[in-house]
Write a new protein. Sequence first.
Length: 614
Amino acid sequence: MIDTQTVADTPLQRIAGMITPGAVADPAHGVFVHVAEARGHSLARSGSLIAALAGSPRWNAAAETPETDNPARRLLSEFRLRGVAALERIQGTFALAVVDVAARHALLAIDRMGVEGLCYAERAGALCFGTRADAVSALLGCSSDIDPQALFDYLFFHMVPAPATVFRGVRKLLPGQYLEYRDGAIKLDYYWRMQYLDRPTVPEGQLCSQFRDILPRAVSRQLDDLATGTFLSGGTDSSTVTGIFSRLRAAPVDAYSIGFDAEGFDEMEYARIAAKRFGARHHPYYVTPEDVLAAIPRIAAAYDEPFGNASAVAVYYCALQARADGMHVMLAGDGGDELFGGNARYAKQKMFEVYALIPAAIRDKLIEPLALRVPLLERFAGVRKLKSYVEQARIPLPDRLEAYNFLFRAELAATLEPDFLAAIDPRLPLEQMQADYGRARSESSLHRMMHLDLKQTLADNDLRKVNVMCRTAGIDVRYPMLDDELVALSGTVPPSGKVKGLRLRYFFKKALKDLLPAEIVAKRKHGFGLPFGVWMLDHPALRELAGDSLAAFRRRNLLQRRYVDGLLDRQRNDHASYYGVMVWLIMMLEQWFQARESRQTARPDPNLSRAEAA
């Protein structure tokens, strides 16, 4: 077990700022912009202009100003020259704010993939912004104002997807989006959108060559003089990053892996294969139920909003291990699935799309009567499978992606407390998905799913998970697979190159067949799940913490008591892993509430003090 207390906490990396109606009359008190002391964060002032910049930004060749040791100063120069169009010149990862005090004008933006985040709120003529939703809410004096709709969204998605936050009135910027504030009015738009080509325009061999040329540049752009290791799960992306990094270095790379001593949850074998192939120094660590028990309250408290992705535990302990070994930076492989077609549901949904190609007469007069309207035939396994297939195939995309979602399948009147149900719109999560799916500039259902996943699976979920857990462990993280040049190339790969037949990541694996071990190329998509539900069965302390958390959660009056109690019964007696997911989700929500309530009764965080920020 890793002692979580041996690693010193680092200050949360944060931008905070506010523009109030009194800004013009009294600039000293009407505007403040603050950047926490952290690597990659900078602040610059020139006349009435203030700029704050967080992350690892790069300027492309079209930038017209000279390089400087202070990235925020260069941002000010570009902004003077081009205004909002300066955003077209900046790449890499960033959250930025430029404020013109005299004009009460502000520009906020985040990077194209949403690696960095920025929240904002407008109230009574004041604009408040920050990299944490709780900081923005506190600065506006509404930190206790929780949005019921966001809680429902959390239970549906296991996180609160942008643009919403859990705090009423506080919003998040979307990847590639900017906000312009002028004279009390907010304008939102995109300075960048993902570009997809639905049909091939470049021969596959040429694309493979370009891809192999870009990958080393993408990895090298994330390297500096700091001690750097890699996350190595044994999957395609982490193996690719570790392999390319190994080729760039003369010495062996330090690769960190997490395993679980539970059948069906462990991929350590593949991590060992990759480490051996690339000559990496392998640092495996097996997470235990005791580790999970120790991490639960710490993880819940680390997030500014409720966050229910259980694989945060694995990231946290992997990052802790690397930090204890002296690493300062970790390279993560996140993003490859969403850019190159690696998520298992892409192939699964392709099978469902075939149903629409069957003539309507055959569907209506033969298949659906047989599958859906003859209950006696359900005793046959083949008919039950046909029924499940038809029921799902009749749901249009993207709604069909949530066919196994707990709340999608539930009768909400029997699941949610009446007052909570009356306060929310249960259609909004699907409408959010439809908006993200429909915003893709592509006619391909695969590209539309991938665009949705760039937003909800990657930016809203995986990046948030890894960023916060690495910061909590005191280590930085970078994402070579999200390099701008690599992202642009991925858009030129047609759908048939991403998922060929039912083969995921066809182009990617073909291009790297000489780099990746054959076992990793051939293996099925696994994931990084936590065996929480399984461990609950045999670990009394985990079971007690979950039970106590759910008992305390009943007083929130969100879910009906009989639903919560029935969930624990089904987890124990029916399907421990499946129902354990919902138990984890509710437990982490309750733990987040408790951590937040503890902070509210403690003395205020000085990092949120207006006086210090000014």
